[in-house]
Design a protein around this ligand. Sequence first.
Ligand SMILES: Nc1ncnc2c1ncn2[C@@H]1O[C@H](COP(=O)(O)OP(=O)(O)OP(=O)(O)O)[C@@H](O)[C@H]1O
Ligand SMILES: [Mg+2]
Length: 258
Amino acid sequence: MAEADPLSTPRSSTFDIGSLREFRPEAEVLERSKIVAFDSRDLRSRPFNLMRTKFTKQLNAHNLEMVGITSPAPMAGKSCLSMNLAAALARLDDKQVVLVDLDLRRGSIAEEIGLEFQTGINDYLTGAVDDLSQIAVRIADYPLAILPTKAISEDSSSMLAGKQYVRLMENLRAIARHAIVLIDLPPVFANDDAMLTAGALDAYMMIVDAGKTTQRQLKDSMEMLRPTPCVGTVLNRYKGSSIDSYGYGSKAYSRYYD
Ligand SMILES: Nc1ncnc2c1ncn2[C@@H]1O[C@H](COP(=O)(O)OP(=O)(O)OP(=O)(O)O)[C@@H](O)[C@H]1O
Ligand SMILES: [Mg+2]
């Protein structure tokens, strides 16, 4: 039998969520960041449960393993939603979940949960670290791993065109055989990054900022991400709901998967 070439074997195919460094986010930090979906008793987690159900249906129906989350313009709520959806999925406990912060210029997932870290995806992309297990942390009590990134000032597009990026995607693909891989992306119009990454993904989810995102922006950004399919659009900050003061009303996400 031929031996596997160690250079072509993705190192993190052995990525084991159970043995990652554990991190327990503080309740106040989660509250401040509006990460509500870890707590099933919190009414604000309900829209995320609904989203989780629709999302997993799509994953199963179309065999999707790696899904990006993006929006046409900045500040639509992508990172907040990525973390909440990851938490809602991880609460099911029947599937491992990996959330990757690939917003190289404005990575914010770590800050959202109060995670301090030494090395991130940015270090993997420069080649300073070559094992994703050294970067990832596991959220205590959940089968959820976070791969954070530090905001970089260099040209992120050139990092996404490099050899290490190809390796990252190979490794994530290997991880996706046993886990749902969610990728928090930058906005489509900010730079080339979302477009460059979309090609390696199975699908993406588009966040629409109610009252801000225009039809034209939505159409143009979806055009730019072709041929990667859109698994759904999420209408965020919809004010027609009354469930809570955060705007996570049941209707806020009811337009998901139109
Ligand atoms: N439905 C909502 N109701 C109230 N606040 C929200 C809602 N969604 C997101 N936010 C808040 O809006 C701010 C921006 O959200 P977030 O960082 O998730 O956006 P983003 O799309 O990831 O931004 P960027 O383009 O910079 O990556 C955060 O403070 C977040 O807590
Ligand atoms: Mg973000």
